[in-house]
Design a protein around this ligand. Structure first.
Ligand SMILES: Cc1ncc(COP(=O)(O)O)c(C=O)c1O
Length: 491
């Protein structure tokens, strides 16, 4: 499905402006070169995991106390970066070095201190203003949008992009686009059990986590569908599972005729447990949506760039269905995309800040590198990393069988103890018990690996490694640390 190509302009500013003169000034370029080289030289000093420097303990404790003082509570992780790293390794302000396997929950796809991205940031940092907004933007905002539109137009009907500053905001814009299209009748939303969309008032209501909406008045009308469950499908037969769920969806449609504006699809659930969906299942539900004029809103804030294709909808070959789409995190600036048909009326989407020139420049470069690199496809780097992760997991489970007892019910995925897709990796020790899984994050941190948990029970450990810079040879080194961490805790 290819639409007319978007002309992606190679240069940011028309040559001849004073702005262009600044960006191409030999003095500026030489200075940037010097800074990038110095950053690279310092980054090269970071070569392996190391413990905290005892001499920095007092100052680090003071930093954490200051952070806790302004936040009103202590940090979940004692993580305060020093501002430098080397690929997947990051240095903290206590002098320790750790493998960053969570990357700010999926933001630092090219790891730490990546020279080309530092160069882009430095170029962007000279702009006349830091923030771009809907009323006044420099060209970077549109160039960022152009490059993602160009990719989306190759594989879907998505045509336009509106940029914003957070995944939750991108989703707010998406739901508004869906509501407006369905007006005046469509006021309800369909969502999957265990979904997560962000923490605005509306997204906290649609998201299926009770704790995240404690005390929030419920004003959004949401109907929940089961997510794909490979275990249940295997037990009862795939066709029966799908038919049962289609029937479930039809019940909502009959109960509230013409009242659903959209169905929000998170094709591989992030926060909900790295549960991987299934094409046949999604297609069956999407066919019903199409037949009933229910918009298909694809939230790829966490999945974008991480499955075996750039877009998760491509991974599932569902591009033709998507009406509204969101991406964020690794893109540095967030984006709401829509088809021609869903292009909203003027005034619906706007904002004082849509992002920063630095984020747009770095985001554009990241998407270009994903486009031009060897990441996707069956034998792409992402698939190779997933395979390397699984090979290391098999060894780890064999070494610590008592820590990896089978879990009764695992949502999605199908795999019992190891799951996820591409650059979204999960594993399930301690029978998926929350306290033990959460506590292990701290143990792993102490042994040099930053990771996090996900799921609603069973709970899993999850990794969002920096796929852009991770080497296959890094995996045994990461797992050597994890082995020490497992050896340090009872099963
Ligand atoms: C699928 C999904 N949607 C939306 C969001 C919200 O993004 P943000 O935290 O940038 O607002 C997240 C964040 O984790 C996410 O995973």
């Amino acid at each position: 499905m290819t639409q007319a190509a978007v002309p992606v302009s190679p240069s940011i500013r028309p040559a001849g402006t004073v702005g262009a003169q600044l960006k191409t000034s030999p003095a500026v370029l030489a200075a940037i070169d010097t800074i990038v080289k110095e950053a690279q030289a310092k980054s090269a000093l970071i070569t392996d995991v190391r413990p905290a420097d005892p001499a920095l303990k007092v100052s680090y404790d003071a930093l954490m106390a200051r952070a806790a003082d302004v936040r009103g509570r202590g940090l979940l992780y004692p993580y305060i970066g020093s501002g430098i790293g080397n690929g997947a390794l990051v240095e903290l302000s206590d002098g320790s070095v750790k493998w960053d396997m969570i990357c700010g929950i999926g933001v630092h796809y090219f790891g730490h201190s990546e020279p080309e991205l530092i160069r882009e940031s430095l170029l962007g940092s000279m702009d006349d203003t830091l923030k771009h907004g809907n009323l006044q933007s420099n060209m970077e905002a549109y160039e960022f949008a152009e490059v993602i539109c160009a990719e989306a137009r190759k594989s879907s009907r998505l045509k336009y992009a509106y940029v914003s500053t957070a995944g939750a905001m991108a989703n707010e814009n998406a739901v508004k686009v869906c509501y407006q299209k369905a007006a005046p009748g469509g006021t309800r939303v369909i969502a999957f059990k265990d979904c997560f969309m962000g923490r605005t008032v509306t997204m906290a209501q649609i998201g299926d986590t009770a704790d995240y909406r404690q005390g929030i008045p419920l004003s959004t009308l949401v109907d929940y569908m089961p997510f794909w469950d490979a275990v249940a499908a295997e037990r009862m037969g795939k066709k029966r599972f799908i038919d049962m769920c289609v029937d479930h969806l039809m019940q909502y449609i009959h109960r509230y005729p013409g009242q659903h504006a959209c169905f929000i699809f998170e094709l591989c659930q992030g926060e909900g447990g790295f549960n991987v969906g299934d094409r046949d299942y999604f297609k069956a539900l999407m066919d019903v949506c199409k037949a009933h004029k229910i918009a298909i809103w694809d939230d790829e804030v966490q999945t974008f760039g991480r499955t075996n294709q750039m877009f998760a909808y491509q991974h599932f070959n569902l591009g033709e269905y998507v009406d509204v789409f969101c991406a964020g995190k690794l893109t540095q600036a967030c984006v709401t995309m829509f088809t021609e048909e869903f292009n909203p009326k003027p005034g619906l989407l706007s904002g004082t800040f849509t992002g920063e020139g630095v984020s747009f420049r770095v985001g554009k470069k990241i998407i270009e590198r994903l486009r031009d690199g060897n990441y996707y496809g069956e034998n792409g780097m992402i698939a190779q990393h997933q395979a390397a992760f699984r090979a290391e997991m098999a060894k780890l489970i064999a070494k610590f069988p008592a820590h990896f007892t089978p879990v009764e019910s695992l949502g999605g995925g199908g795999d019992r103890l190891v799951g996820g897709v591409g650059g979204m990796m999960r594993f399930t020790p301690f029978g998926g018990k929350k306290e033990k899984v959460a506590a292990f994050c701290k143990t792993a941190f102490e042994h040099g690996v930053v990771l996090f948990y996900c799921g609603h029970g069973p709970y899993h450990l999850r990794m969002l490694p920096p796929m852009g810079v991770m080497k296959l040879s890094d995996w045994p080194r990461v797992f050597a640390c994890l082995e020490k961490a497992f050896a340090a805790v009872p099963a």
